[in-house]
Design a protein around this ligand. Structure first.
Ligand SMILES: Nc1ncnc2c1ncn2[C@@H]1O[C@H](COP(=O)(O)OP(=O)(O)OP(=O)(O)O)[C@@H](O)[C@H]1O
Ligand SMILES: [Mg+2]
Length: 255
């Protein structure tokens, strides 16, 4: 009897392994994401997944090394994996609802995160189309997005929040110019801030475009104002003074 009790108490090896696996899955990504990564590796699109560049609540971004079958002349690839479990899919729905490109997306959590990934890919296409610097989109599957790695000699570029601006007048103007160019394509990024701008040399790049919306989204105007105000707020500490209303007028004059 005593023996049976003690064996029952001792965690079984499989349990331990399962727990470990679950821990990795919840901390990094789920099995399905691993299978998708595996398929990119098997097909030679990626040679290796090297290390996480950043890990947040919604997504983990890795540097990966391009494989033999990768068609662009780039050594590295950025791999963004959206988390299924911890993503704020209620918030995501807010940005997907009202977007005619995503009618009929089922409400299931996984489906919403997949739609979000697809949306980020499409939004990167719009940036490219508008001639606004953002990572070139490569391919996506499920919740995994492959895009241009922004960095130099394998080292990822820094965010504006971390390096600051060497030329605030110019960088402020450049970013407002991006807002305008995107608006001309009937698109609003909807999360521009010093946290979502990477400095590639001296060129600011917009990243994290998943929440971007088309102008017919009910909150497009509100998001546009917030983007402009965020840019102006950031550069105000460098004594760059621009009036938000004037900027908004200028942006909208183009459409
Ligand atoms: N194309 C890229 N090349 C190199 N690094 C990148 C690239 N895209 C993103 N990163 C890095 O990964 C970080 C997170 O990326 P991103 O802002 O797109 O995700 P996120 O949605 O903000 O994730 P979370 O808010 O959950 O952290 C960025 O701050 C940046 O450091
Ligand atoms: Mg971000």
């Amino acid at each position: 009897m005593a023996r049976r009790l003690s064996t029952r108490k001792r965690p079984r090896r499989e349990d331990k392994q399962l727990k470990e696996r679950k821990k990795i899955e919840s901390e990094v990504f789920d099995r399905q994401s691993m299978l998708v990564l595996g398929s990119f590796l098997n097909r030679g699109i990626l040679k290796s997944v090297d290390y996480p560049i950043a890990s947040g609540k919604e997504a983990v971004v890795f540097r990966a090394t391009a494989g033999d079958k990768f068609e662009k002349d780039e050594e590295y690839v950025a791999v963004k994996i959206y988390r299924i479990e911890t993503s704020d899919f209620v918030r995501m729905q807010d940005y997907i609802r009202g977007d005619p490109r995503f009618l009929g997306v089922k409400r299931a959590k996984r489906q919403i995160v997949y739609a979000w990934t697809r949306k980020e890919f499409r939004n990167l296409e719009i940036c490219a189309d508008a001639g606004v610097p953002a990572p070139t989109q490569y391919v996506f599957k499920d919740n995994v997005l492959l895009m241009q790695f922004l960095g130099e000699e394998g080292i990822p570029d820094s965010l504006l929040i971390d390096v600051g601006s060497d030329n605030p007048e110019k960088d402020c103007e450049t970013l407002l110019g991006y807002v305008k160019k995107l608006y001309e394509k009937e698109f609003v990024h909807a999360d521009i801030s010093e946290f979502n701008v990477m400095m590639h040399g001296d060129v600011p790049y917009l990243i994290d475009v998943g929440q971007g919306v088309l102008l017919d989204h009910p909150k497009a105007d509100e998001f546009l104002r917030r983007d402009v105000e965020n840019i102006l707020r950031y550069f105000r500490k460098y004594d760059v003074e621009r009036n938000a209303e004037d900027v908004l007028k200028e942006v909208k004059a183009s459409v």
